[in-house]
Design a protein around this ligand. Structure first.
Ligand code: LLP
Length: 385
């Protein structure tokens, strides 16, 4: 829970707004340094999870690189101080302009997903007299056991090159003179809470690594992507994911060759727990079958519940009354604009403040202006008081 001075400050702010606890972010980054970076792993932060310049600055300072999926993200990474050799560019549909931007800056690596993409990148690199470093994104056909919208490593998904096409792609590469293959890349999905999918990924990655090296290619980068899940129901502010176990799993299960480095691209597990969406109760409605707490944040500010049926913990910051059961809903004219159904929280009244937790990843970045809603300024813990 927040200290009372923080809640007092919140009362003066225009809601809804995103609040980031920079201490939680720092603790998370320290864990990543201790259990990942110190083992020689390279960790890239997936900007798609959060692209607030102030957050990026801290992540950069901690020694992480940037994983980008659009020209806008590549530019944001550069503007936030990441050097080009710290930037990877992934994505199943990169436009020519976006590839040109990456080439112009000579970024570390393009993660490529199709033969056509390789051909176009080769042509563009030639046009600019550059050699593009590439990693092949391979689809390992591993079931990530997560929501179907965020499963990415099955043959039926649009992502990556299927194992059956790999030899054909490898055969093409020598003719693509402006590309240099430096690695392989995987990403099986997001919000993965069990460890077995990652173990399965390691088995597939090891086999593919051996296969490609046996064909005479030297891979220096083995990138196992992101996907590490967080606890959306965490009871306190400091529920940092177990990075020791996560990195330890890969350390044990990936067979790195001497010239290889293990790379990760994590988003949610780095920024998820440091962010909360602070909202005010507008009205309460007590009905025959349901009670509603109508808050001023909606699916426009946090779409995850509507899109993935995500259940974010909700804390009431200004009431310690006896508990009542509510559906906590937003003001948008869609029934999916519901944060939680039938949750027991202290009875709320108009004006009470609530914190919707674990909203630091895929929260603010996915907000929309639907219903012409305006964004209120973001608040950072180290700027209060
Ligand atoms: N690498 C690639 C290629 C990805 O597609 C993603 C996420 C990541 C890394 C980072 O994954 P993470 O560590 O954050 O799980 N909007 C959804 C999540 C979409 C994830 C897309 N890709 C949500 O709110 O749950």
């Amino acid at each position: 829970m927040f200290p009372s001075e923080v809640t007092d400050f919140f009362r003066t702010q225009k809601t809804p707004f995103y609040y980031y606890d920079m201490d939680v972010l720092n603790t998370t980054l320290n864990e990543i340094r201790e259990h990942g970076i110190s083992k020689g792993f390279r960790v890239h932060f997936a900007l798609k999870a959060n692209n607030q310049p102030k957050i990026l600055e801290k992540i950069k300072e901690a020694g992480l690189g940037a994983d980008c999926v659009s020209g806008g993200e590549v530019q944001r990474a550069i503007d936030s101080g990441f050097t080009p050799d710290e930037i990877a560019f992934a994505g199943v549909g990169k436009s020519d302009e976006e590839m040109e931007l990456g080439l112009k800056h000579d970024i570390f690596c393009f993660n490529c997903e199709s033969t056509q993409e390789l051909e176009v990148l080769n042509e563009l690199a030639g046009k600019y007299g550059k050699t593009a470093r590439i990693a092949l994104r391979l689809n390992p056909n591993v079931e990530a056991d997560t929501h179907k919208y965020i499963t990415t490593g099955l043959n039926e998904n649009k992502f990556g090159i299927n194992a059956s096409d790999l030899d054909e792609v490898l055969a093409m590469l020598p003719a693509l003179k402006n590309l240099k293959l430096i690695g392989i890349h995987f990403h099986i999905g997001s919000q993965i809470e069990k460890f077995t999918p990652f173990e399965e990924l390691c088995i597939k990655a090891n086999a593919l690594n051996d296969h490609i090296e046996e064909k005479g290619f030297e891979l220096s980068v083995i990138n196992v992507g992101g996907g590490f899940g967080i606890n959306y129901g965490h009871p306190n502010d400091n529920s940092v994911p177990d990075f020791e176990r996560f990195f330890g799993l890969f350390e044990q299960n990936i067979n790195l060759k001497d010239h290889q480095q293990l790379h990760f691209e994590l988003g949610r597990s780095i920024v998820g727990q440091c962010g909360s969406l602070i909202s005010r109760v507008l009205f309460t409605k007590y009905g025959q079958t349901k009670n509603f707490a109508i808050v001023d944040a909606g699916m426009t500010e946090l779409i995850r519940p509507a899109l993935y049926q995500a259940a974010h913990r909700i804390d009431v910051l200004t009431s310690s009354r006896a508990e009542e059961k509510y559906d906590v809903v937003g003001p948008i004219c869609e029934s999916s604009d519901t944060f939680r159904t039938d949750i027991s929280i202290p009875k709320v009244e108009r004006g009470d403040l609530v914190a919707i937790r674990s909203a630091g990843a895929y929260g603010e970045v996915m907000r929309s202006a639907y219903n012409l809603r305006e964004a209120n300024p973001t608040v950072y813990s180290d700027e209060i008081g």
